[in-house]
Design a protein around this ligand. Structure first.
Ligand code: FAD
Ligand code: SF4
Length: 520
């Protein structure tokens, strides 16, 4: 059967685009390589999720040296949003312009903040974002308040907030996509549990792309979702200007499908790999890759998880409520951007066994977990053409990556260390409550850089110049008339806040373009 639109992948980009296009009379085919995440108690087991990697792909890639690399990524309906921490940030207004970093230049986007602002507002509404505007000093202007009030801090986090505020900083409530109603706990879908970040939500209260976007879209009888449907290749017409066939593997069987418009949204690494695997006589270096841009400029983020151990315990259940952006663009002593400080979900001993930190003297893993505040530090990863996705001879993914901008990250780390030493509010230990900062190695035993692939982006950047970008401003391939990419591949720079809301907002922006192209 021929469709009007085919969408490959159901994550933040594909799922959101589907939601915007469904219900308008067009026949939409959705191809997702994964299945639904099974609903089972293990969804909320840190042992199953973090230690045993129950839901992670078993797929192996290779690194630059040809060594095996086990990616920290998930293939399911809803994509990686099934597992995300749902911290839904807008990029800062300045992130859309060129910014000078210690480690190089973060290039300008071909659109400005004002072009995407209405879509940020719409995405925040769709994904039930809870937040507060105007406290974070880097907050960009917004045309509407957050649709829901900020998620409250638990006492230990509130204490840290107060300490930082007393130092003259401006900590803020992290914008979160969880369906929590603190005013009416008995009716609240979200129960504010400790297994949110990194875990699927057993009660469907996390605003992930399956719950919020794909499931509602499937009420439209014109939408067909095929799960366990791996898109292996895209084939074009003789001219090479249109995709005419999608070659899909389902178990042992191979099927072909066709559509007027084809939207790739397989995640930044898999989308690049799919385009490269789709090489043909007309596109010998890979589909839409006439200028050897596909797969280049891969970015993750410069991330680390730091455990601040205190003598007082940290009994917080839902820890990811506090953020600090005071050093996002620099500080009086250092004029370059450093990045963003927030939290991961509360770590426990099982999780630590899967990525053991340097042990604090005299502390067991269990004790450390009970006394730690678990920070998530993000600095910008700058686009480097040599950081790239390629394929080996068998068509498997090769990810070549060299970290950059690390001085900024070290500075951010030092800032946090300094702030933790200045805590005063502990009535028992005062300044002495803080024992130190300990890195947690996220990927113990796996040869991937700490940046990992959770925040993968940038492998098919959008831009005006077809020689320096893969996609045009509407995320359509410069070289193929009916091919779009709407996952994180389009980012020309990675900024230093979490990417998902920008992917969702951009998908809504591209959906508007497609609606006018298709006359719907
Ligand atoms: C543990 C974790 C925590 C995170 N926390 C946050 C957070 O708090 N805030 C935030 O902003 N971001 C967070 N992220 C990142 C966020 O989840 C991603 O940025 C986002 O999901 C990327 O969206 P996407 O559409 O680019 O790709 P994905 O969401 O990965 O979707 C890609 C989809 O394509 C499918 N697919 C891949 N290849 C094929 C193929 N060949 N054929 C068919 N289907 C295919 C995949 O199965 C998947 O469903 C987190 C990620 C992880 C893993
Ligand atoms: S119940 Fe709430 S806190 Fe727990 S996983 Fe679901 S959305 Fe997250």
């Amino acid at each position: 059967m021929h469709y009007d639109i085919a969408i490959i992948g159901t994550g933040a980009g594909g799922g959101t685009l589907l939601h915007a296009l469904a219900g308008r009379g067009k026949r939409i085919l959705v191809l997702e390589r994964g299945d639904y995440v099974p609903r089972e108690k293990a969804n909320w087991s840190t042992r199953a999720v973090n230690l045993e990697g129950r839901y992670q792909t078993k797929e192996m890639w290779r690194d630059r040296e040809g060594q095996p690399l086990h990616p920290h990524t998930n293939y399911y309906v809803g994509g990686n949003t099934k597992f995300y921490g749902a911290a839904l940030f807008r990029l800062r207004r300045e992130d859309f312009g060129e910014i000078k970093h210690w480690g190089g230049v973060s290039p300008a986007w071909p659109i400005g903040y004002e072009d995407i602002e209405p879509y940020y507002t719409a995405a925040e509404r769709l994904y039930h974002v809870h937040g507060e505007r105007g406290v974070d000093p880097t907050d960009p202007p917004a045309s509407a308040p957050y649709p829901h009030p900020a998620v409250s801090h638990e006492p230990r986090i509130q204490q840290l907030h107060d300490d930082w505020a007393r130092l003259g900083l401006r900590p803020f409530h992290v914008p979160l996509g969880i369906m929590l109603d603190e005013g009416n706990p008995r009716a609240s879908r979200c129960i504010r549990c400790e297994t949110c970040d990194g875990h699927p939500c057993l009660v469907g209260a996390k605003s992930d792309a399956q719950v919020v976007a794909v499931d509602p879209a499937l009420r439209d009888p014109n939408v067909t979702l095929l799960t366990n449907a791996y898109v292996a290749k895209l084939e074009t017409s003789a001219s090479g200007r249109e995709v005419t066939r999608l070659v899909v593997k389902r178990g042992e069987a191979t099927e072909t499908h066709s559509a007027d418009v084809v939207v790739v949204s397989a995640g930044a690494i898999n989308s690049a790999a799919l385009l490269l695997r789709s090489a043909s006589d007309r596109h010998p270096r890979g589909l839409a890759n006439g200028f050897d841009m596909v797969g280049r400029h891969y970015m993750g983020h410069v991330n680390s998880v730091l455990m601040a151990i205190s003598r007082c315990p940290n009994p917080t259940v839902f820890q990811k409520t506090l953020g600090l952006n005071d050093f996002y663009f620099g500080s009086p002593e250092w004029e370059y951007p450093m990045g963003h400080i927030s939290f991961v979900g509360k770590l426990d001993a099982d999780t630590l066994r899967g990525g053991a930190p340097a042990i604090a003297p005299g502390w067991s893993l269990d004790l450390m977990a009970r006394h730690s505040m678990d920070f998530w530090l993000t600095s910008e990863d700058l686009p480097d053409p040599d950081n790239r996705v390629t394929l080996d001879r068998e068509g498997n993914i090769v990810l070549a990556y060299r970290p950059n901008n690390e001085t900024a990250h070290q500075r951010l780390h030092a800032k946090l260390e300094q702030l933790m030493k200045q805590q005063t509010k502990c009535g028992v230990h005062g300044h002495e409550c803080h024992e130190g900062l300990f890195s947690r190695n996220l990927f113990l035993g796996q040869r991937i850089p700490l940046a990992g692939v959770a925040h993968q982006n940038g492998t098919a950047r959008f831009g005006h110049d077809p020689r320096a970008s893969v996609l045009d401003v509407n995320c359509r391939a410069h070289e193929v008339d009916n091919l779009y990419v709407v996952d994180a591949s389009f980012f020309p720079s990675s900024a230093a806040v979490n990417p998902a809301l920008t992917i969702m907002a951009n998908a809504l922006r591209v959906a508007d373009h497609l609606k006018s192209r298709l006359g719907i």
